[in-house]
Design a protein around this ligand. Sequence first.
Ligand SMILES: NC(=O)c1ccc[n+]([C@@H]2O[C@H](COP(=O)([O-])OP(=O)(O)OC[C@H]3O[C@@H](n4cnc5c(N)ncnc54)[C@H](OP(=O)(O)O)[C@@H]3O)[C@@H](O)[C@H]2O)c1
Length: 216
Amino acid sequence: MNKRLVVFGGSGFVGQSIVNQAVRKNFQVISISRGGRPKQYDSWMDQVKWVAADVFEPAEWQDQLMSGDVVVDAIGILTESKAKKQTYQNYHYELVRLVVEQLNQKTPSLFVYISAAHGLPFFKGYLYWKKQAEDFLAMQSFPVSIFRPSLLYGTGRKYSRTMAKAIKGLKKLPFLRAFFVVIQPTSVDLLAKNIVETIEESLEGKDDAKRETSHS
Ligand SMILES: NC(=O)c1ccc[n+]([C@@H]2O[C@H](COP(=O)([O-])OP(=O)(O)OC[C@H]3O[C@@H](n4cnc5c(N)ncnc54)[C@H](OP(=O)(O)O)[C@@H]3O)[C@@H](O)[C@H]2O)c1
C-alpha cells in the first residue's frame, strides 16, 4: 500500500504496535513524538520516519502532517500533571482540535482516534475529554474511525500481561466481579491489526457507507 500514515505517538505502547503492523502492510509511516525513535531497536523500525516533535508545537510537525494520507492519534495520558500542563483536556481533546486545525482544510482519507472503552477509577476526566474529542471529530467532513479499547496488554509493556491475568482472575470472584466487569483485557497487537485493516478497507473504499466508524 503506497499510502502514508502520520501517527502521533507512534513510539508509544499502542503507537508502536500500530506502526509495526502498518510497516508490514507496506504503508509509509511517519511517527511524531517528543522522543522520536524508540530507545530499544528492532529492524522494522528502520522503515519508519521517526520525527522528534512536541504535538503542542505545530511548527515542528505541520509539514509532516500535510504529507500524509491517514492521520492516527495515539497520544494520551493515564494521569494528569497540572504543573506540566499534562491535563486530560489538553492531551485527549485540545491536541485533536490542534491537529485538525493544522490540516488547514486538507481532508485526510481517514482520521483514527484511540479513545477508551471506560474511564479509570479515581481519574476523573479521563473519559470525559475523550468523548469530547469523539464529538468534535464526528462534526468533521472527513472519515473518522474511533477505537475504544479496554485495558491493553502486550510485550511492549512489561506489567500489562500480569495485570490482564490478575483482572481475569479477579473477575471470577463473585464479590469482586462487579468492580472489574467492564475491564476486558485485549491484546495490543490485535487492536493494531484491526486498526490497520480498517485503514486498508477505508482506503479501498469498502466502508463508503459509514462515514464515522466506531470499534469497541
Ligand atoms: N494502554 C492501554 O491499556 C490503553 C487502553 C485504552 C486506551 N488507551 C489509549 O491509547 C492511547 C495510547 O496509549 P499508550 O498506552 O500507548 O500511551 P504511551 O505508551 O504513554 O504512549 C504515548 C505516546 O505519545 C507520545 N507523546 C506524549 N506526549 C507527547 C507530546 N506532547 N508530543 C508528542 N508526542 C507525545 C509519547 O512519546 P514521547 O513521550 O516521546 O513524546 C508516546 O509515543 C492513549 O490515548 C490511551 O488513552 C490505552
